[in-house]
Design a protein around this ligand. Structure first.
Ligand SMILES: C[S@@+](CC[C@H](N)C(=O)[O-])C[C@H]1O[C@@H](n2cnc3c(N)ncnc32)[C@H](O)[C@@H]1O
Length: 391
């Protein structure tokens, strides 16, 4: 247990240092980022008047807890030695010291535990252990116990050789610089829905959308909840496996780990010749290669569910669009399923046209070389227009 060590960031890194008369009170990650090239956390440090100290009651409890834990060690030694001494010196009364020591040990450990728990509960990040293992968005149950969210996000040992905070703050600084460009600009009102785009009709009034700009999932076998798991937990969007499962269920299917028995988005593309051809090609390749795992058996189904989900979204969107509405979908070709090429942009454009959208163009913005097949994978923007009438 590491109590009473104050966490003091310094230019370009974090150092541990004590300063008499000053108490660091970090507000999660400091209040202000320095505008110079260096990354620095600025704490609202409270300066003490000469001869006085500004140690808060919380800080005092931490110091007390620290002392208690340090005292617990000699008491434990005494506890171990007393019965041995009693026997060696033939003085049984000495053994009672061990019993008293056990009670004292309990009291000292309880004091240490209470100090640490209050530091977790009050988000006292001046305690190194709390700064390393907690955050202000963590639910109380995780703060006061050593439970941690699974799967994947847990609290491991801090890696002292990786300057994670500095790298993270550099990114924050870039975001902050971008945002400062907006300073003084007229702000548009915005509303954010944490919802499934395939059910957008439940959230948006018909005939009100002028433009859609989006980067939907690709059929790339990537579990998007995995790539955003850390921030989803830290921001409080997920706090249990059930919530994770319900988030996954609200996603367009793009990987085998996010497919459920009851899924039926594939009916939206049941008669689409190219989607069926791709699914058949994946299944034939699987059999040819003798791949038999549960995930591999699902590849063909995921391809159909993906395009079906996108079709469902585009169909659901139609009544909400204003005539002439412009839409831009950023998508990429994929060959993740046994190297069968999926030209995502072309297929999406075709599905959109079959639903009554007008294809304006497909803009290529980059290509990537597929390492396995050596083919060029296109990343493009499918630009559509809604003419104003449903087919
Ligand atoms: C290619 S990523 C785009 C990421 C985004 N541009 C960004 O920078 O964070 C696709 C995203 O679509 C989201 N997504 C998947 N299915 C969705 C659905 N049915 N409704 C809304 N969003 C969905 C996933 O969370 C994923 O982060």
């Amino acid at each position: 247990m590491t109590l009473g060590r104050h966490w003091w960031p310094s230019k370009g890194g974090i150092t541990l240092r004590r300063r008499p008369g000053l108490v660091a009170r970090p507000a999660l990650v400091g209040r202000r980022l320095a505008s110079d090239a260096h990354c620095r956390i600025v704490f609202p440090a409270v300066a003490a008047a000469p001869g006085t100290s500004v140690i808060t009651p919380s800080q005092q409890l931490i110091e007390l807890g620290h002392l208690a834990v340090m005292l617990a060690l000699p008491v434990a030694l005494l506890q171990a030695l007393a019965p041995l001494l009693a026997r060696a010196l033939r003085r049984p009364e000495l053994a009672t010291i061990a019993v008293r020591g056990a009670w004292l040990q309990l009291a000292l450990a309880a004091l240490g535990w209470a100090a640490l728990t209050q530091a977790f509960v009050t988000d006292n990040f001046s305690v190194w252990y709390v700064a390393q293992n907690s955050n202000s968005a963590l639910p109380l149950v995780y703060k006061i116990s050593n439970l941690h969210f699974g799967p994947e996000v847990g609290v491991g040992k801090p890696k002292s050789d990786v300057a994670v905070v500095v790298a993270w703050l550099n990114e924050i600084q870039k975001i902050s610089a971008d945002l400062s460009l907006l300073h003084g600009a007229k702000q548009a009102a915005s509303e954010i829905f944490n919802a499934d785009a395939r059910r957008i009709g439940e959230y948006v009034t018909p005939g009100t959308i002028s433009a859609v700009i989006t980067s939907p999932p690709y059929p790339n076998e990537k579990d998007y909840t995995r790539t955003t798991r850390l921030e989803s937990v830290l921001l409080g969007f997920i706090s249990s496996k059930e919530e994770l499962r319900s988030l996954k269920k609200g996603f367009v299917r793009s990987n085998t780990r996010g497919v459920y028995k009851e899924d039926d988005d594939d009916r939206w593309v049941a008669h689409h010749p190219e989607v069926n051809r791709i699914a058949d090609a994946i299944e034939a390749r699987r059999k040819e290669l003798g791949k038999t795992s549960g995930f591999e058996r699902m590849y063909a189904r995921v391809a159909k569910l993906y395009f079906g989900g996108m079709a469902r979204h585009l169909a659901e969107l139609r009544p909400l669009l204003k005539p002439g509405a412009q839409l831009a979908y950023v998508v990429g070709d994929q060959a993740s399923y046994l190297r069968v090429m999926i030209r995502t942009g072309e297929l999406l454009a075709d599905i959109a046209q079959s639903l009554g959208y007008r294809l304006k163009r497909i803009d290529l913005f980059r290509t990537r070389l597929a390492t396995a097949s050596r083919e060029q994978l296109r990343e493009e923007v499918v630009v559509l227009e809604w003419p104003g009438k449903e087919k």
